[in-house]
Design a protein around this ligand. Structure first.
Ligand code: G3P
Ligand code: MG
Length: 260
């Protein structure tokens, strides 16, 4: 399992610079790096012809001018859709990117967290399963030391953790944590824990750190929440607004350096 070289706290742009750009588009990822994010987060799922496309929802309705299930269309068909104008007419013509297109952008800009959507899990070990395609795309580009793979579906993570020289994995958990997140992270040899920010406590952060696991809460957009989490010692934060997070990090760092 590879480890990422990071200087905490890391600004992780959730679906790109989602506050000001259409989420999960090349425009949103490029803007996030421009705004100071060190890592961008994206969501991947499979198309009808089993290509890896970047999109959060199972359906096209919210973030494109198409309708219906993503799995109902080929990549060529999905590439005809407009993924920008729903957000603002200025972004008309943005397309749904493939994972490979985003990796090519990140190769020269920064790190990337690939969240594999739980609905894309397939029980059989298919050669072109989404996790196999993700690992191949990362390896082809020599980006294993700059990629973090996460999922709410721990069976993806178990499969990846088994591989030699696999990229780092992050364990996503919901607000109401069912099982003990520390045991789960240890079992999956996780690099990081990605909790709903409302479930983070100082004790949990300390326990993760004692086990060598980083803590990256999602999805935080208010200054007061940034401040509280930074004071608890989290190692990075997923946000739709990297500019606001950067300002909070500077304020908290300024207070620490000026306190006696
Ligand atoms: O990976 C953090 C966050 O993206 C998880 O939730 O629904 O925004 O993909 P969601
Ligand atoms: Mg996500």
């Amino acid at each position: 399992m590879q480890r990422l070289r990071l200087i905490p706290p890391v600004i992780i742009a959730h679906r790109g610079y989602r506050k000001r750009y259409p989420e999960n588009t090349l425009a949103a990822f490029a803007a996030a790096f421009d705004a100071g994010a060190r890592m961008v987060e994206l969501d991947v799922t499979l198309t009808r012809d089993r290509r890896v496309v970047v999109l959060h929802d199972d359906t096209l309705d919210r973030t494109t001018d198409g309708r219906g299930q993503v799995r109902g269309f080929t990549l060529d068909e999905l590439k005809q859709l407009d993924a920008g104008s729903w957000f603002d007419p200025r972004f008309t013509g943005e397309r749904l990117p493939t994972l490979e297109e985003v990796l090519d952008l990140c190769a020269v800009r920064g790190m990337v967290n690939i969240e594999i959507k739980a609905g894309a899990f397939e029980a059989g070990r298919l050669a072109d399963a989404i996790e196999e395609q993700v690992l191949a795309a990362v390896a082809e580009r020599g980006m294993g030391d700059r990629v973090l793979i996460s999922s709410f579906e721990t069976r993806f993570l178990a499969r990846i953790a088994d591989r030699t020289n696999a990229p780092a994995v992050g364990v996503l958990t919901e607000w109401r944590i069912g099982s003990d997140p520390l045991s789960l992270c240890k079992k999956l040899r996780a690099f990081s824990w990605h909790p709903d920010f409302r479930s983070v406590t100082t004790a949990r952060v300390r326990a993760m750190h004692a086990a060598g696991i980083m803590v990256f809460p999602y999805t935080v957009n208010r200054s007061e929440d940034f401040r509280g989490l930074l004071q608890m010692g989290v190692d990075g934060i997923f946000t739709d607004d990297p500019t606001l997070l950067q300002a909070s990090i500077r304020r908290v760092a300024g207070k620490k350096s000026s306190s006696p």
